[in-house]
Design a protein. Structure first.
Length: 257
């Protein structure tokens, strides 16, 4: 379980008592994410979504409050944490094959060569890239590269996956395909996922829950909405449901407020 406890965050070296409200990025964020939930975090550009993810990932020290993962305060990058960024072009190593990129995190697990290779191939199969293992990232389309990044993130079976606008630079069709891939992976692997996006439709489509942050400085949670949609999600049917339209409107109002 992931818990944010009155989290406050800012950049610079101001001590707690001296931080000017105009310099605060996040203010008093409290949130509990149960195991296996896919929670979307939405908010206007610059409100602190990436800052929030970097804090959860242990890449930024907590300035106020705490991030608690499985009962322990996060003080460095937690074991069993994986992150997928928007910029797939810079997240893969161009000199390694696709399979080597995916297998890389398994080295630190002390896994033998053959086993690493099998695990990487299995994961590539999972993301629809069976057969692409010997190619290099630069030989693949943007959507395929992001699939590789997802495979690499999942290969160690993380208990927490953080995604920062992962489909933001993909074309509409590829983006829908990857949203469905994510839902499929989430359904079968049961990973807890914090998914950041500024796309309101996407947040309602992929999320079990949508959390909206207000515009900065000092963003707070302004809406925390469970997403209860009937049936298995699909791009055409789900987006046309009256329930979907109502949820999207509610999130939209909160983002614009
Ligand atoms: P979002 O991801 O929602 O667009 P960010 O978390 O990137 O927002 O940024 C939130 C605020 O923090 C912005 O005002 C941004 O300018 C500021 N900021 C982000 N990164 C840094 C940094 N490394 N140093 C100083 N200020 C930063
Ligand atoms: Mg960002």
């Amino acid at each position: 379980m992931l818990r944010l406890d009155s989290l406050g965050q800012w950049y610079g070296d101001h001590p707690v008592h001296a931080v000017h409200p105009a310099h605060s990025v996040l203010r008093d964020i409290s949130l509990t994410v149960p195991d296996g939930q896919l929670v979307c975090v939405v908010g206007p550009s610059g409100c602190g979504k990436s800052t929030l993810l970097r804090t959860i990932a242990g890449l930024l020290p907590t300035r106020e409050g705490a991030v608690i993962l499985d009962g322990h305060p996060v003080t460095g990058v937690p074991d069993r944490l994986a992150v997928v960024f928007q910029d797939y072009g810079r997240s893969l190593f161009p000199w390694l094959s696709v399979r080597e990129n995916v297998a890389l995190p398994l080295r630190r697990r002390g896994m033998g060569r053959a086993e690493r290779r099998d695990e990487a191939e299995r994961m590539l199969e999972r993301v629809g890239l069976g057969g692409a293992g010997r190619r290099h990232p630069w030989q693949l389309s943007g959507g395929m590269q992001q699939r590789v990044a997802i495979a690499r993130a999942l290969v160690c079976r993380p208990s927490l996956l953080l995604m920062d606008e992962p489909f933001g630079s993909l074309d509409a069709q590829t983006r829908e395909d990857l949203e469905d891939l994510l839902l499929e992976v989430h359904r079968t692997e049961g990973t807890t996922i914090v998914f950041v996006t500024h796309d309101i439709d996407e947040s309602v489509y992929v999320g079990d829950r949508v959390v909206v942050l207000s515009a900065g400085p000092g963003s707070r949670v302004v809406l925390d909405l469970p997403v209860d949609l009937p049936g298995k999600r699909d791009q055409i049917g789900t987006r046309g449901l009256p329930e979907f339209v109502a949820l999207r409107a509610e999130v939209g109002r909160a983002v614009r407020a």
